[in-house]
Design a protein around this ligand. Structure first.
Ligand code: HEC
Ligand code: HEC
Ligand code: HEC
Ligand code: HEC
Ligand code: HEC
Ligand code: HEC
Ligand code: HEC
Ligand code: HEC
Ligand code: HEC
Length: 337
């Protein structure tokens, strides 16, 4: 037990050094918060240094106020982690809340019974725990990151630079630990999760033309890694094109006749979420095309319908707009076939 505590203390110390650096940076940026002595930040994240780790058994022995939390946690992926050598859980209440000996000082089953008889609820001295909810978001996340390092949880490699971390969103904003025993976020649940904060995106997915996200055929997480990505906007792939061609591979090219370099960035013509225009176009045809081209007349075309066509859908003729391997009648790349 003692040895385990030492290991924990040492891990905590390493985490603290990182935290100190992060916090000093953060606090300096946020001038509204006074800069505290370093020791205060250490306490915030490690809990009271004068308290000891006592284990879940001892924490919860005397009272049953947290029975549901405990049961849920015990059945969760984190709760079932056991150390091979000791048989002790690798993750327990104190991993996140800090050492608990001070909190339960003086609480005995007798006291709990006596309080109950007097109609009182026995409260542990929870002020001696880490005040998680009051910590700056980055520090809250650090509680998780001491175990969920980028090595252990691969998709956290880009977390530090992700827009969520930068915007003071913490792990528990998306992963509430005590909701139940299933801590896995399933794709079907992501839409509701993301809409809590991204109402502007919800509005885009209510437009008449959209990726079938509301129909749960495509998910936010198909295109985004919420823990951060190599490119911008938390995209799963390095570029917009690579993100899109995961599913629309036939548009990837290379083609003998490329549409100049427009094919390198699908968002020149498409919006990813939803649009008032067909095919998720940023602008309707022909206006989309007329941003970069002038319209033209074909020799021999006299019928008014055909002339009219010029002003509506250029892609009626230029149907291979994403690029083609076949030349046009004049032997050039006009995206006709
Ligand atoms: C993986 C980290 C983690 C572990 C392990 C953990 N908790 Fe928590 N707990 C949190 C966080 C984060 C919060 C605050 C945010 C929240 O309510 O989700 C919290 C909040 C709480 C609260 C306050 C709930 C409220 O509504 O304010 C209680 C009580 C609690 N935990 C008890 C426990 C007990 C008992 C255990 C062990 C069985 C435990 N926790 C294990 C992270 C953890
Ligand atoms: C003491 C170490 C430790 C701490 C602290 C910790 N975790 Fe974990 N967590 C684990 C282990 C071990 C697993 C199981 C193996 C895995 O999935 O990586 C796990 C699994 C998870 C899972 C996956 C659940 C699943 O079913 O796949 C989530 C989500 C998670 N943790 C979130 C958190 C969050 C959020 C925090 C901070 C509030 C946190 N963890 C803090 C050790 C920890
Ligand atoms: C903005 C929301 C959000 C934030 C913030 C967030 N996550 Fe996640 N996390 C998710 C979603 C969604 C998934 C589902 C897997 C995916 O990305 O496809 C997930 C998956 C995971 C998993 C794998 C278990 C699973 O459900 O597949 C772990 C472990 C995890 N996150 C840990 C963390 C930790 C640790 C942090 C903080 C450093 C964090 N997450 C921050 C949304 C978030
Ligand atoms: C607790 C609130 C919250 C939740 C939940 C949340 N986000 Fe965010 N998200 C933010 C904030 C704040 C920002 C940064 C400010 C901004 O650009 O809107 C952000 C930024 C982003 C960005 C990058 C925007 C940019 O300009 O770089 C993407 C993409 C994103 N979130 C996707 C998601 C997805 C997908 C989910 C669901 C899995 C999700 N978010 C859940 C709050 C949240
Ligand atoms: C088909 C892929 C795809 C899906 C599905 C998707 N996104 Fe995006 N999203 C993108 C791309 C691509 C961008 C960046 C466009 C750019 O860089 O101009 C983006 C940008 C964003 C941004 C930044 C907003 C902005 O205007 O810059 C947020 C926030 C966001 N997405 C959230 C979400 C949420 C929430 C969901 C699910 C409800 C979702 N996305 C589903 C591809 C997708
Ligand atoms: C996870 C797979 C997936 C990814 C990634 C993806 N799409 Fe799609 N896309 C779909 C599906 C599914 C449809 C709907 C097909 C249908 O309804 O027949 C669709 C439809 C479309 C449509 C036609 C919409 C219409 O009006 O029918 C366009 C345009 C499109 N996607 C462009 C993009 C772009 C641009 C990206 C990258 C930002 C992208 N897609 C990323 C799966 C994906
Ligand atoms: C120069 C503008 C332009 C660019 C760039 C562009 N598209 Fe398109 N895309 C269109 C137009 C116009 C349509 C409608 C075609 C039609 O009406 O026949 C379309 C239709 C689509 C469709 C639905 C119809 C189909 O052919 O399957 C998908 C999917 C699509 N584009 C994906 C992509 C992807 C992925 C990229 C990036 C690699 C991309 N587009 C780049 C103009 C463009
Ligand atoms: C962002 C600008 C842009 C948009 C939007 C755009 N194109 Fe292009 N397009 C180009 C460039 C650049 C070339 C290459 C011109 C060159 O090689 O002379 C090109 C080439 C072409 C060519 C072959 C011309 C040639 O001389 O070989 C055709 C046909 C064409 N585009 C049709 C369209 C149509 C139809 C649309 C609308 C659906 C469209 N383009 C939208 C920029 C654009
Ligand atoms: C009725 C069919 C048709 C329509 C509609 C049409 N085009 Fe064309 N376009 C052609 C043909 C055929 C060629 C010449 C092919 C060849 O190389 O033999 C061509 C050539 C082009 C060229 C190459 C340069 C030039 O001027 O010859 C561009 C650029 C172009 N079209 C853009 C557009 C745009 C933009 C629209 C919509 C406003 C449009 N086209 C509508 C059939 C059409």
């Amino acid at each position: 037990m003692r040895e385990r505590c030492m290991v924990k203390r040492r891990t905590a110390a390493a985490a603290l050094l990182t935290l100190a650096a992060v916090l000093v940076g953060c606090v300096a940026l946020k001038e509204s918060r006074p800069l505290l002595p370093l020791k205060e930040y250490e306490k915030m994240i490690a809990g009271r240094f004068d308290a000891d780790y006592i284990g879940t058994e001892n924490c919860l022995k005397a009272c049953h106020a947290h029975d549901k939390i405990r049961r849920d946690f015990d059945f969760s992926t984190m709760g079932v982690q056991l150390s091979r050598q000791s048989g002790l859980p690798l993750v327990n209440c104190e991993s996140c809340h800090g050492p608990g000996s001070l909190a339960i000082e003086g609480i005995t089953p007798e006291k709990v019974r006596a309080d109950a008889a007097a109609g009182k609820k026995t409260e542990c001295n929870h002020k001696t725990f880490i005040d998680i909810k009051k910590l700056p978001a980055q520090a809250q996340s650090l509680i998780c990151l001491k175990c969920h390092t980028a090595n252990a949880t691969f998709n956290l490699h880009n977390w530090n630079a992700s827009s969520h971390n930068m915007a003071d969103i913490s792990c528990s904003d998306c992963h509430p630990i005590h909701v139940g025993h299933n801590l896995k976020v399933r794709p079907r649940e992501t839409t509701a999760l993301c809409y809590k904060c991204h109402q502007e995106v919800q509005a885009q997915f209510s437009l008449p033309n959209r990726h079938p996200v509301p129909e749960k055929k495509v998910f936010c997480t198909d295109c985004h890694d919420t823990h951060g990505g190599m490119g911008s906007k938390n995209l799963r792939k390095e570029t917009v094109k690579a993100t899109c061609t995961q599913c629309h591979a036939e548009k990837a090219g290379p083609f003998v006749f490329e549409h100049a370099d427009t094919g390198e960035d699908c968002s020149v013509c498409h919006t990813p979420h939803g649009s008032v225009n067909n095919n998720l176009l940023v602008l309707r045809e022909p206006f989309l095309c007329l941003q970069c081209h002038t319209t033209h007349q074909l020799e021999g075309v006299t019928s008014p319908e055909m002339k009219q066509a010029f002003y509506t859908r250029c892609t009626d003729c230029h149907s291979q707009i994403h690029g083609t391997d076949l030349p046009s009648p004049s032997g050039q790349g006009r995206f006709i076939h």
